[in-house]
Design a protein around this ligand. Structure first.
Ligand code: COA
Length: 258
């Protein structure tokens, strides 16, 4: 297994956990950390992870954002490269061929919020605080926030969050639909582990197809989205899991998926 300084990748059966581990900077994402995340995603995929948990080390932060110390003196071309790297990482999370669950265990600001937005599901602990806070640094979200946030919470809420740079608590984030669930701080790890385990037991190919189709939902016209769905749907017929799932139903037994 690879040895990174600022992230950890671990496996429990078919579930991979990627932990951003830079607690002295509240897990802020510098270039090395983003590149390590890319490598870890590749490794998790090649190890066959059926679900991936993304979280932050320590008690305080999920990810407190892009690394402000690194960013502050960037030129425009350097900032462009940093944005491209951030976009690439978020896109790779979004395209990961199994569900990715963000376990938001504390501050998720700026790039931290954007990393969570690229995940399939978001669970926050009660003391998490979330926001696209870039406006007060004199910039705007640059790793997908202006695009993914309105898709998730709607245009009005996204504008409020981005214009005001508001830092909202987990309950408000839940009310806005920014996170799917809020759990007690000491239950976050178990809750997310159970969720990931349950996802890992689902038919892998069908789950990957569901993710791929859902990822298209905001990208295409309804007509081409439906065409895409038909192709993915029909492509599942003849797979082991389709035969097994339906045979098991007809035979009134539990399915055994691949
Ligand atoms: N980039 C780089 N360093 C960061 C950071 C970031 N995004 N967020 C926190 N840190 C560093 C702090 O500079 C501090 O370093 P120091 O110990 O050398 O002084 C350390 O992490 C701890 O942070 P600190 O601010 O002392 O902790 P706090 O508990 O008082 O406050 C926050 C925590 C998250 C509220 C505060 O750090 C913060 O607002 N961070 C910036 C969030 C932000 O705007 N992110 C968006 C960036 S795109």
């Amino acid at each position: 297994m690879s040895d990174w300084e600022t992230i950890r990748l671990s496996f429990a059966d078919d579930v991979a956990t990627l932990t951003v581990d830079r607690p002295d900077r509240l897990n802020a994402l510098n270039v090395d950390t983003l590149e390590a995340i890319e490598e870890a995603l590749d490794e998790a995929e090649s190890e066959g992870a059926r679900a991936l948990i993304l979280t932050g080390a320590g008690e305080d932060a999920f990810v407190a954002g892009a690394d402000i110390g690194y960013m502050k003196d960037l030129s425009t071309p350097e900032a462009q490269a940093y944005a491209e790297l951030g976009h690439r990482v978020a896109n790779e999370i979004e395209a990961f061929p199994a569900p990715v669950v963000a376990a938001i265990n504390g501050y998720a600001f700026g790039g931290g919020c954007e990393l969570a937005l690229a995940c399939d599901l978001r669970v926050a602990s009660e003391d998490a605080v979330i926001g696209q806070t870039e406006i007060d640094l004199g910039i705007v979200p640059g790793w997908g926030g202006t695009q993914r946030l309105p898709r998730l919470v709607g245009d009005e809420i996204a504008r409020r969050l981005i214009f005001f740079g508001e830092r909202i608590d987990a309950q408000d984030a839940h009310e806005h639909g920014l996170v799917g669930a809020v759990v007690a701080d000491d239950q976050l790890d178990d809750h997310v582990a159970d969720l990931a385990e349950e996802l890992a037991a689902k038919p892998r190919t069908a789950l990957a197809a569901a993710k791929e189709a859902l990822n298209q939902a905001h990208e295409t016209s309804l007509e081409s989205g439906l065409r895409y769905e038909r192709r993915l749907w029909s492509g599942l017929f003849g797979t082991h899991d389709q035969r097994e799932g339906m045979d098991a139903f007809v035979e009134d037994r539990e399915p055994e998926f691949e």
